[in-house]
Write a protein that binds this ligand. Structure first.
Ligand code: S3P
Ligand code: PEP
Length: 425
């Protein structure tokens, strides 16, 4: 796909439903008694992988453009799948479903695409094993395919070495089936959608600082969930609006949960003009409209506890940093290396190809802004966040940019290019 410089971007858009919340709505709806109705569900390939897996586990799911209906069967209603569960490209599906499967009275095998088969699963195998689960990496390399034989689980307290909502959620979900309370303490607070939504379904979940605790064997009841727009998808338009002269973009209905809103804090710190309008609570999650205007930006330091709140936005924040005056340092973000691609290496390689001054570090990047970008051939490495970040970079670059594998945006944002085009007028 070919992109060219463009100015300005103007208009009003909505972004699709939040990916993290969409996954959880399907999973928890499946474990609830009665029907769960989900609106504004993200019809991206990752969330469709979650639907596919729960259908294989015996759950009747109606998927229409207007709404999803999950006919839940209660905590103990899943049945053994006839085949390997295919989690596609989705780390969230793979890690969260593993927690649920650890407590079932049957065995199954989980696998995904080449990227999933290289992403670390020891981070869930270790705590699940401590709970008494029988979970093995079939190639003995700490990655999928995984074989999980359901077992009697014990409640544990787990101190996670990594701030990961997927690890935390996996353990809390296994905790639904344990013989005593289960708690997880993280080094920093990661996104808390599991805690908020499971409590909405009727589970007893308590959060104190960076510790979340769940009591076993709740009765979960089906509910209505309206999924807020995904701030991780809005991030591309926040960045594009700030970078491109003359731009003004109103993004409606974006989830601004404080465990996800780090990008708003960072862009303000860089001098970005983003106004939060019409704040409200929708389905237990804070939501607002974001008005973004082109701004003169300067570099900043990004590290510590803010990292989990913007981890998926760091690729496009790196693009933004190239357009800012001065140096931006991203640190404490070693998790970027174990996403769909090694996002430190891939961002550094591709931004350098466009003329940016970027140095990869062990835990992030150092970006010297203010060097004009030019078109280049960009390898997305089939990573949706890389493809979208470079579509934005291309709008500010001289000449043509070609993105290979651009269609991987279907993972989290199938209509991304259409929305971008609409803003180009
Ligand atoms: O729990 C979730 O929905 C997610 C958690 C994050 O991953 P980690 O838990 O690995 O940090 C994030 O990168 C991913 O896109 C979605
Ligand atoms: C890392 C991501 O997702 P997952 O871990 O679910 O594959 C992402 O969407 O950027």
């Amino acid at each position: 796909m070919i992109f060219k410089k463009h100015a300005p971007l103007r208009g009003e858009i909505t972004v699709p439903g939040d990916k993290s919340i969409s996954h959880r709505a399907v999973m928890f709806g499946a474990l609830a008694e009665g029907t769960t109705e989900i609106t504004n569900f993200l019809q991206g390939a990752d969330c469709l992988s979650t639907i596919h897996c729960f259908r294989m586990l015996g759950i009747d799911i109606e998927n229409t453009p207007e709404r999803i209906l999950i006919h839940g069967k209660g905590l103990h209603g899943l049945s053994a799948p006839a085949d390997t569960l295919d989690t596609g490209n989705s780390g969230t599906t793979t890690r969260l479903i593993s927690g649920i499967l650890a407590g079932q009275p049957f065995s199954c095998t989980l696998n995904g695409d080449a990227s999933i088969q290289s992403r670390p699963m020891k981070r869930i195998m270790e705590p699940l094993s401590q709970m008494g689960a029988d979970i093995v990496s079939l190639k003995d390399n700490g990655c999928a395919p995984l074989r999980i034989c359901g077992s009697h689980l014990h409640g544990i307290h787990y101190s996670s070495p990594v701030a990961s909502a997927q690890v935390k959620s996996c353990i809390l979900l296994a905790g639904l089936y344990a013989d005593a309370p289960t708690s997880v303490t993280e080094p920093q607070l990661s996104r808390n959608h599991t805690e908020l939504m499971l409590a909405g379904f009727g589970a007893d979940v308590q959060s104190h600082g960076t510790t979340a605790t769940i009591l076993p064997e709740p009765v979960l009841s089906g509910m209505k969930i309206t999924v807020p727009g995904d701030i991780s998808s809005a991030a591309y338009f926040i960045a594009a609006g700030l970078m491109i002269p003359g731009s003004e973009i109103l993004i409606r209905n974006v989830g601004i949960n404080p465990t996800r809103d780090g990008i708003l804090r960072v862009v303000r710190d860089m001098g970005g003009d983003v106004t939060v309008l019409n704040e409200k609570v929708s389905g237990g999650e804070p939501v607002a409209d974001l008005l973004v205007k082109h701004s003169a930006l300067h570099g900043t330091d990004i590290g510590g506890g803010i990292i989990p709140t913007l981890i998926d936005e760091l690729p496009v924040i790196a693009v933004l940093a190239c357009m800012a005056e001065g140096t931006t340092v991203i640190r404490d973000a070693q998790e970027l290396k174990v996403k769909e691609s090694d996002r430190i290496a891939v961002m550094t390689e591709n931004l350098t190809a466009m003329g940016a001054h970027v140095t990869a570090t062990d835990d992030g990047m150092i970006i010297e802004g203010g060097h004009p970008l030019h078109g280049a051939v960009i390898d997305s490495h089939l990573d949706h966040r890389i493809a979208m970040s470079f579509a934005v970079a291309a709008l500010a670059a001289d000449g043509e940019t070609e993105i290979t594998g651009a269609d991987c945006v279907r993972i989290s944002y199938p209509d991304f290019y259409e929305t971008l085009k609409a803003l180009m007028g």
